[in-house]
Design a protein around this ligand. Structure first.
Ligand SMILES: NC(=O)c1ccc[n+]([C@@H]2O[C@H](COP(=O)([O-])OP(=O)(O)OC[C@H]3O[C@@H](n4cnc5c(N)ncnc54)[C@H](OP(=O)(O)O)[C@@H]3O)[C@@H](O)[C@H]2O)c1
Length: 308
């Protein structure tokens, strides 16, 4: 019997616990702050309390419940503990739908039509083929690569940027500092699908926005702390950026009265771009618990040195 701790300061883990038991009724589940969690071998986490892993002497595996692992590892002492995340093709499909909506919003000038509606102005925008619309994707991982390929299949002119060199069908793949510069200078719609690490924190800032062609647009669905809100506000207000669709914010929920709610040409969505169904999350965690127990290779293990 494996003891599992459910650790979150912000999310009710009870529904996930019920689904995990459906996949393995023998699991011994204890949710923080019930002290029984201290003897657990596996910790299943979303924003766990700070320093908690150091109080768990029998801990052998830390598991996130989403694609991003930043909220699990940030500021925590993990030593050699393996850390796993959830990867789900269905999640990438949901992200493609979200990004496609954003790309169409700007490519097909729905933003312009919406603005015109407020002044009862009937003006048909110019119809441009998708191939004329240059989309740049920052991050070509489990989510970014299928999004890049999906947009390319729909005819968009897609470039992507990653840390290491890559080859993706129909996508111009770039990497490194020079690759980033090339991508930024050439895109019309920039999509952020990077993980949050020490290298990428605060990357969507004034300096990056200044490298985009005037009138470019942003679709941000990576992590909130990639974004410097005041820098985004400035480029939206002075019109340097045509508009933005933003799903993730340094502070979530975005507080009432925050200037971003009313920023010009900004669509705010409440961290809804995509999510693996809880049943998939439960199944993957239970599978990894079985793998740990049997000494088999874990799935979705994160490289802690890289931070993603
Ligand atoms: N808003 C939502 O609802 C939602 C839902 C799901 C996921 N997300 C977010 O989407 C993001 C992407 O998730 P994922 O699962 O695709 O991540 P992933 O599989 O870890 O892929 C990360 C990608 O970013 C690249 N990268 C990392 N650090 C880099 C750096 N310093 N410079 C250049 N490229 C770098 C990686 O390059 P290499 O390929 O060379 O390693 C890789 O291509 C995460 O932030 C996740 O939290 C958001």
């Amino acid at each position: 019997m494996t003891r599992v701790a459910l650790l979150s300061r912000t999310v009710d883990m009870a529904p996930l616990a019920r689904l995990m038991l459906k996949h393995d009724a023998s699991l011994d589940l204890h949710a923080w702050p019930d002290e029984q969690f201290l003897q657990a071998e596996v910790a299943v986490c979303w924003e766990p309390p700070q320093g908690i892993f150091t109080r768990m002497p029998r801990l052998q595996l830390v598991h996130g419940i989403a694609a991003g692992i930043d909220n699990v590892i940030e500021g925590q002492a993990l030593g050699d503990l393996p850390v796993c995340r959830v990867t789900d093709p269905g999640q990438a499909e949901g992200m493609l739908q979200y990004v496609l909506w954003g790309v169409l919003h700007f490519h097909r000038s729905f933003d312009e039509a919406q603005r015109n509606q407020t002044s009862e102005r009937w003006q048909r925008p110019r119809l441009r083929p998708a191939a004329d619309c240059r989309v740049g994707i920052l991050g070509l991982g489990e989510v970014g690569a299928p999004v890049a390929r999906g947009l390319a299949r729909m005819g968009y002119s897609v470039s992507g940027w990653s840390r290491s060199a890559k080859t993706l069908d129909g996508v111009r793949c770039l990497h490194g500092d020079a690759g980033l510069q090339t991508l930024l200078q050439s895109v019309e719609i920039l999509v952020c699908l990077l993980p949050l690490t020490e290298q990428t924190r605060g990357m969507l800032n004034a300096q990056l926005f200044a490298q985009l062609p005037p009138g470019a647009a942003l679709v941000h669905c990576g992590r909130g702390a990639h974004l410097v809100p005041d820098d985004l506000l400035a480029v939206l207000r002075d019109g340097r950026l045509r508009g933005a669709l933003v799903d993730v914010f340094p502070q979530e929920p975005l507080p009432p009265g925050h200037p971003l709610w009313a920023a010009p040409n900004l669509v705010v969505t409440p961290h809804m771009a995509t999510m693996a169904p809880f049943d998939v999350v439960a199944r993957q965690i239970v599978e990894n618990i079985h793998r740990l127990r049997d000494g088999r290779e874990l799935q979705g293990q994160v490289d802690l040195l890289r931070g993603y």
